[in-house]
Design a protein around this ligand. Sequence first.
Ligand code: HEC
Ligand code: HEC
Length: 150
Amino acid sequence: MSTYPKEVSKGTKMNSILGLMVFFAFSSVLVVACGPTEVPFREKSYDEKLNIMGVKVFPELKKMFEEFDSKKYANFSCKTCHGEGHDKYKMPGKIVALDPNNIPKNDDKDARLAKYSKFMREKVQPKVAELLGMKAGPDGIGCFTCHAKK
Ligand code: HEC
Ligand code: HEC
């Protein structure tokens, strides 16, 4: 352990236990202070959420959608995810709804849906989850975070 304080290993047994406790207490303070998820996204203020969307989510996802289909997503915007006529960006977005009993899979018979499914599962969902400090899946960023149910 290179970061382990020298004095501690030299001291008595009691001292090393104390040193270890101080060391770990200090480490956890650092983790809390510098960690990416000090306050979970959903508990942040509206303005903070707006800022994270503008600075992190929009630019990264714009790149991804343009790579996926540069023609269709040439005008990628907040509305691509939140939908036309969204209500203060509340999710799910006013975008294409999905049938929860028939969610498109990567091997969907419809090649277009299969391609979208792959893109959503392998790129969009994990990236948005990562950027917002959440899990990818139903207890974090799932299909129905963004898509309404049909
Ligand atoms: C890639 C899709 C995507 C794009 C693009 C996007 N957002 Fe979001 N946005 C989300 C998701 C997903 C959430 C909800 C996260 C959650 O589950 O709390 C969200 C949440 C929000 C919220 C919080 C809403 C609330 O009620 O808590 C605001 C505000 C917001 N977005 C604004 C914007 C703005 C402004 C832009 C454009 C600069 C933008 N978003 C672009 C996916 C997107
Ligand atoms: C962060 C938001 C977000 C998440 C999470 C998400 N999607 Fe999407 N999805 C979109 C956006 C934006 C589009 C493009 C809508 C458009 O082109 O108008 C889209 C499009 C699609 C389409 C194409 C629909 C069509 O008929 O044009 C399918 C299929 C799809 N998503 C499936 C999924 C599945 C399955 C999941 C979960 C594994 C998922 N999506 C998760 C935002 C999301």
